[in-house]
Design a protein around this ligand. Structure first.
Ligand code: P6P
Length: 349
């Protein structure tokens, strides 16, 4: 008889990996899991209730907000506010960080950065969407958390994860000791361990990029795409092009099958489109913990300075050998892009 292990049981069992842990991180992860189940319930019936479409407002990035974006944001913020373990929430949907200052959060030790519903433009066409979260420990002393607590590099993350609301709902997370995946069993309303110790293959044969932007890609990216398309069966090329337009779904497939996801700089997004704090950093942490690689084409994502909570970054992440190959192309054909990275880093920009 197979013994089902729920997310809650797994978190408590793994708590012993952290000798000084008193259960706060465990409770925080469980709070996130509960909010994810509520969001999943609404995502699953989105076509049946008046929760599709836009609400006529835009978020901090000028992107139109969908009703489910706002619903998901409210659910995660509510769970984090009432859970008592989180002192600051940085959300894609909120211009400014939310400082949680209530009686039960008095001694809260954690900061959570979150993209509550990534890929929400796909909701109305019934394509998989996701939630991405990143967790840091508070560094400041004193009685209250400070804004500096939210500006920590990706290397400082204590945990990161995503939820993919697809053919099934899955929660995948790491606390720096490997990556584990849990599938929601609706019959018992629990996330159950289904993908223990996830590893991304060193080599893959899938490349994920929006080739509609080809004309505006850096030359190194163009060269890499052409490399992927060469007819060379001995190296499994041409690779398959798979791009869902939902980072969580693309990345989840690539972790399981192997592959590379690239969102480089484009004319419309000269600094990249994806946000460093609540999209690139958590995904980079997960990919590295699964044995993959994550850079901006030149610099390790987790080492990038955080100068703005909504700053964007180019991202190349997935199977290690594929990312290395793409970086070679960037170095050989788009060195100027790397120099911009160096100059900005030197200037602390
Ligand atoms: P494009 C969704 O809006 C998102 O943030 C990611 O989930 C996705 O990978 C990317 O943007 C898609 O962007 O420009 O290709 O539509």
């Amino acid at each position: 008889m197979t013994v089902v292990q729920t997310l809650g049981q797994f978190i408590i069992e793994k708590q012993k990996d952290f000798p000084y842990a008193k259960g706060e991180l465990s409770r925080l992860l469980r709070d996130i899991g509960i909010a994810a189940k509520i969001v999943n319930r609404e995502v699953n019936k989105a076509g049946l209730v008046d929760i599709l479409g836009e609400i006529g407002s835009v978020n901090t990035h000028g992107e139109s907000q969908k009703k489910l974006d706002v619903f998901a944001n409210e659910q995660f913020i509510s769970a984090l506010t009432s859970g008592g373990e989180c002192c600051i929430v940085v959300s894609e949907e909120n211009d400014d960080p939310i400082f949680i200052d209530n009686e039960i959060s008095r001694d809260a030790k954690y900061i959570v950065a979150i993209d509550p519903l990534d890929g929400s433009s796909n909701i109305d066409v019934n394509v998989a969407v996701g939630t991405i979260f990143s967790i840091y420990r508070r560094k400041s002393g004193g009685s209250c958390a400070t804004i500096e607590d939210a500006f920590q590099k990706g290397t400082e993350q204590v945990a990161a994860g995503y939820v993919v609301y697809g053919s099934s709902a899955m929660l995948v997370y790491t606390t720096g000791k490997g990556v584990n995946g849990f599938t929601l069993d609706p019959s018992i309303g629990e996330f159950c361990l289904s993908h223990p110790e996830m590893r991304i293959p060193k080599d893959g044969y899938i490349y994920s990029i929006n080739e509609g932007n080809y004309i505006n890609f850096p030359d190194g990216v163009k060269k890499y795409i052409k490399y992927c398309q060469v007819n060379d069966p001995s190296t499994h090329r041409p690779y398959s092009s798979r791009y869902i337009g939902s980072m969580v779904a693309d990345l989840h497939r690539n972790i399981i099958k192997g592959g590379i996801f690239i969102y480089p700089t484009t004319a419309a997004a000269p600094k990249g489109k994806l946000r460093l704090v609540y999209e690139c950093n958590p995904m980079a942490f997960i990919i590295e913990q699964a044995g993959g690689r994550a850079t901006d084409g030149f610099e390790r994502i987790l080492e990038k300075d955080v100068n703005s909570l909504h700053q964007r970054s180019a991202i190349f992440l997935g199977s290690e050998n594929m990312v290395v190959k793409a970086e070679e192309m960037m170095r050989d054909y788009s060195p100027e892009v790397g120099k911009v990275v160096d100059i900005k880093k030197a200037a602390g920009a």
